[in-house]
Design a protein around this ligand. Structure first.
Ligand SMILES: *Cc1c(COP(=O)(O)O)cnc(C)c1O
Length: 427
C-alpha cells in the first residue's frame, strides 16, 4: 500500500503530479511520500502492539533528517549502524534512549560517542568487540549496555549479499556458542550484557524464517535464564520484505505479527524490531528522463539520466525495480505495477544509465510501453537503499530528495552542484 497512484492517466505522489515535480526540481530526483512512511510505520507499531514492542527504524535504509524527525515525533526509535548514523539520528532530535547501535566494526571513537549519547544498547557481534566495548566504557569512566547478536542459522531465502543470519556470515555469534559467550562475559566491569539480538537478512518475503529464528531464540533465552542470566530484551531485527514485483509479493507485517505475537506474548523480556525497508521501500520513487534510445546487436536500450550511482540495487543485488512511464497510454496503465502485465506495443529493453560500466542498469530485458526521448519514467519502490547508497561515481552530483505531504512538496536535500564535487579537495 502506498500513495503513488495514477490519476487521470498520470502518476501522482499523494496530491502532487510527478511530472510537476520533475519539471520544477529537474531529473533525476527521489520523491518520497510522507503519508506512505507514516502508514507503514503505524502498521508495524499497531501489529506488534500486543507485545508493547519498541520499533527502531533502520536509519541506513533512508536517513534524511526530515524523515527521521517525523518518525521520531510518532514515537519511533532508531537503529543505527555507524557513528554517522548516530549523529544523524541525534541531529533529527531522536531520543538516545530509543537508539540501538549494530555493526560488526565499531571503532573506539564510535563506541565512546554511543555511550556518551546514552543510547539504549549496543548490539555486540563478536567476543573481541565485547571486550573492547567494556574497555572503552572503562576508559571514559562510564557504563555501557549491550545485547549479543546471535546468528540463529536460518535461511531467509533472499539474495546472498543480504543473507545475514545463516552460519558463515560475518554477523553475530553462532547460536551454539551463545551460551558459552554469555558465561564468559558474565559480570564485566563496565558493560552490562542483558539482551539478545538477531537480524536474519533482507528482504525476507516469507514468514517461516522469522518463526524459525524466534522459536530458536526463545528456547535460547530460556536456557540462558536457567543459568542465571537476566535477559531484559530480545531485538528481533528487521528485514520485512516489500512489494517490488506486484501487489502480493511480500507478506504484510500484519501476517508476520499473527505468527510471531503468540510466540513472544507474555514473556518476561521486552521486544524490539528494526524495520527499514518495510517503512521506506514503497515510500519513495526515483524519477528519471529518457535521454536516448539505441540498439546494440539484437538488444534495445533506453538510456536515462539516472544511473547506478543514483540507484545501486539492480547492479549490486540484481534487484528488480518496477519501471514505468509517468504518463503511459491508457491501455498500458498497469496500476498494480505487476511484473507480468501484458503491454500493448512497446519493446523489451534494457533501461540503462550514463555510467561507464556495463553493470550500470536500472532494468534488464524489461517489457516497457513505448517511450521516446524526453519521456519521464518512475522507478518504483526506491525509497529504501536508494538515495542512501548513492554516490558521486563518474563525478555525478547526487540528485535531490523531495518530500511530498498532501498537496505540496518540499526539497529536503538539494541537488549537489559541480562545485560540491571538488569542495573538499585541497590543491
Ligand atoms: C539493515 C539492518 C536492518 C534493517 O533491515 P531492513 O531490511 O531495511 O528492514 C535492521 N537491523 C540491522 C542490524 C541491519 O543491519
Amino acid at each position: 500500500m502506498d500513495f503513488f497512484q495514477y490519476k487521470n492517466g498520470e502518476l501522482f505522489c499523494e496530491g502532487v503530479p510527478a511530472e510537476k515535480i520533475a519539471r520544477e526540481v529537474g531529473t533525476a530526483c527521489y520523491v518520497y511520500s510522507k503519508a506512505t512512511f507514516l502508514h507503514h510505520y503505524r502498521q508495524i507499531a499497531d501489529a506488534f502492539k500486543p507485545l508493547s514492542a519498541t520499533i527502531c527504524y533502520s536509519v541506513k535504509s533512508c536517513g534524511n533528517i526530515n524523515i527521521l524527525k517525523f518518525l521520531a515525533a510518532e514515537g519511533c526509535g532508531f537503529d543505527v549502524t555507524s557513528g554517522g548514523e548516530l549523529f544523524r539520528a541525534l541531529q533529527a532530535g531522536g531520543e538516545a534512549k530509543k537508539m540501538i547501535y549494530a555493526g560488526v566494526g565499531k571503532t573506539d571513537h564510535e563506541i565512546a560517542d554511543g555511550i556518551r549519547a546514552g543510547i539504549a544498547a549496543f548490539n555486540l557481534e563478536s567476543e573481541e568487540e565485547i571486550e573492547n566495548v567494556d574497555r572503552v566504557a572503562g576508559s571514559i569512566g562510564m557504563k555501557a549496555i549491550g545485547a549479543i547478536r546471535i546468528n540463529p542459522d536460518v535461511d531467509p531465502k533472499t539474495h546472498a549479499k543480504t543473507t545475514t543470519g545463516k552460519k558463515e556470515t560475518k554477523f553475530g555469534v553462532d547460536i551454539e556458542r551463545a551460551e558459552r559467550v554469555f558465561e564468559q562475559y558474565r559480570g564485566l566491569k563496565n558493560l552490562r550484557i542483558a539482551g539478545v539480538h538477531t537480524h536474519i537478512g533482507s528482504p525476507v518475503l516469507e514468514i517461516q524464517p522469522y518463526v524459525d529464528a524466534v522459536t530458536k531464540m526463545v528456547a535460547l533465552i530460556d536456557r540462558l535464564s536457567e543459568k542465571g542470566h537476566k535477559i531484559e530484551w530480545y531485538d528481533v531485527g528487521g528485514g520485512f520484505g516489500v512489494n517490488y514485483e506486484g501487489p502480493q509479493q511480500a507478506r504484510p507485517v500484519t501476517e508476520h505479527a499473527k505468527a510471531l505475537v503468540p510466540l513472544l506474548q507474555g514473556k518476561p523480556y521486552k521486544i524490539a524490531f528494526e524495520p527499514g525497508r518495510y517503512i521506506a521501500g514503497n515510500a519513495g520513487i526515483l524519477l528519471t528522463r529518457v535521454l536516448y534510445r539505441k540498439q546494440g546487436g539484437e538488444k534495445k536500450f533506453v538510456i536515462v539520466d539516472a544511473g547506478m550511482n543514483d540507484l545501486l540495487r539492480p547492479t549490486l543485488y540484481e534487484a528488480y525495480h518496477h519501471v514505468w512511464p509517468v504518463k503511459p497510454e491508457a491501455k498500458n496503465l498497469n496500476e498494480d505495477r505487476r511484473r507480468d502485465f501484458v503491454i500493448q506495443g512497446g519493446d523489451t529493453v534494457d533501461v540503462v544509465g550514463p555510467i561507464c560500466e556495463s553493470g550500470d542498469y536500472l532494468a534488464k530485458a524489461r517489457a516497457l510501453p513505448p517511450v521516446k526521448r524526453g519521456d519521464l519514467l518512475a522507478v518504483f519502490t526506491a525509497g529504501a537503499y536508494g538515495f542512501a547508497m548513492s554516490s558521486n561515481y563518474n563525478n555525478r552530483p547526487r540528485v535531490p530528495e523531495v518530500l511530498v505531504d498532501g498537496d505540496s512538496y518540499k526539497i529536503i536535500r538539494k541537488r549537489e552542484t559541480l562545485e560540491d564535487l571538488v569542495a573538499l579537495e585541497r590543491v
